[in-house]
Design a protein around this ligand. Structure first.
Ligand code: NAD
Length: 322
């Protein structure tokens, strides 16, 4: 089976390179259709064409210039390919500040404050348009409930700020409440975003599956990554009706580029999600077990997890465990 591969930039090529070696060692039997990403001449079309052909992809992080330059390639891919559901699990894999966390964030990926409609009004003011539609709200909340049903999750929490954003968040909340009625076996509740941040830090065990609009989902998934040990462990996937693109939650962490110290596990756990998606459950399980074994050894794990190891030592340890 051919799968689109985009290594990205910054730490992307190192971590995705390690993931490819681990998948090969695990016997995943994947033929990559690699699209070379070029920071100097950013062109999203070859990535889009490859994903349309193969329907499944693995991607490393891609840098977006801050405050200027080209539009985010990551957002463009999600919008152009209608990869509307961002799935970001946060699960405790090693002892940390919190124990036994097992949450999943479902993020609407195509609209909200990421609609890309933003402009200056004169010289000294600027505005962004936050689009929320009934269609996209229904679609993401249904995806959340279906995911909860499939994965045996007991509760869905919808996130909003409908006390202030009465039209946009009001529409999302009203839609979520309606959809919830079709899933009587799953508990439903809603939380205002600011309260939710505090609740998650105080008692994350009270939450199970969280469904949110684009920006709130983006922020909450980083917060939840922090609860389980940081972005180095945060896997992610973007699903559309036909295409699925797997990528770590984190960005290109330029300060770690070429230093052999970036944690490859967020990308590897994203690849594990991909293996499950394409029906290679056995290889996925084997790799998960190898990750668990590796995480016990402080000599090999990367500094972000409190270890004294490196990217390459972690990669080798996972391969050895396999
Ligand atoms: P970032 O996720 O790259 O890094 C934030 C911090 O998290 C880093 O400084 C580092 O301390 C830590 N970190 C992240 N990944 C790590 C890893 N694998 N191992 C160890 N530590 C890790 O976020 P940022 O600095 O805000 O963004 C850098 C660039 O990445 C920006 O251009 C941004 O637009 C882009 N970005 C891309 C994606 C994507 O491709 N999907 C996602 C987020 C950010």
């Amino acid at each position: 089976m051919k799968i689109t591969l985009v290594k990205g930039d910054g730490i992307g090529p190192e971590i995705i390179g390690a993931v490819c070696q681990i998948l090969e060692a695990g016997g995943a039997g994947i033929e990559w259709d690699e699209v070379i990403w070029n920071e100097e001449m950013p062109d999203v079309e070859p990535i889009i064409n490859s994903l349309k052909r193969n329907k499944v992809g693995l991607k490393g992080p891609i840098t977006t210039p801050v405050g200027k330059g080209f539009r985010s390639i990551n957002v463009t891919l999600r919008q152009r390919l209608d990869l509307y559901a961002g799935v970001r699990p946060a699960k405790s894999l090693m002892p940390g500040r919190y124990e036994n966390i097992d949450l999943v964030i479902i993020r609407e990926n195509t609209e909200g404050l990421y609609s890309g409609i933003e402009h200056f009004v004169g010289k000294d003011a600027a505005e962004s348009i936050r689009i929320i539609t009934r269609f996209a709200s229904e679609r993401i909340v249904k995806f959340g409930f279906e995911y909860a049903r499939k994965e045996g999750r007991k509760k869905v929490t919808a996130i909003h700020k409908a006390n202030i954003l009465k039209c946009t968040c009001g529409l999302f909340l009203e839609t979520a409440r309606k959809i919830a009625l079709s899933y009587p076996e799953i508990l439903f509740e809603d939380r205002i975003i600011d309260n939710m941040c505090m609740q998650l830090v105080k008692k994350p065990e009270d939450y199970d599956l969280i469904v949110a609009t684009n920006l709130f989902g983006d922020i909450l998934s980083d917060l939840c990554a922090g609860l389980v040990g940081g972005l180095g462990l945060a896997a992610g996937a973007n699903f559309g009706e036909e295409i699925a693109l797997f990528e770590p939650v984190h960005g290109s962490a330029p300060k770690y580029k070429g230093q052999d110290r970036a944690n490859p596990l967020a990308a590897l756990l994203s690849a594990v999600m991909m293996l499950k998606h394409i029906g290679k459950q056995d290889v996925a399980r084997k790799i998960e077990e190898a990750i668990s074994a590796t995480l016990k050894n402080k000599d090999v794990i990367t500094p972000d997890l409190g270890g004294v190891g490196s990217l390459s030592r972690m990669r080798d340890a996972v391969i050895e465990a396999l």
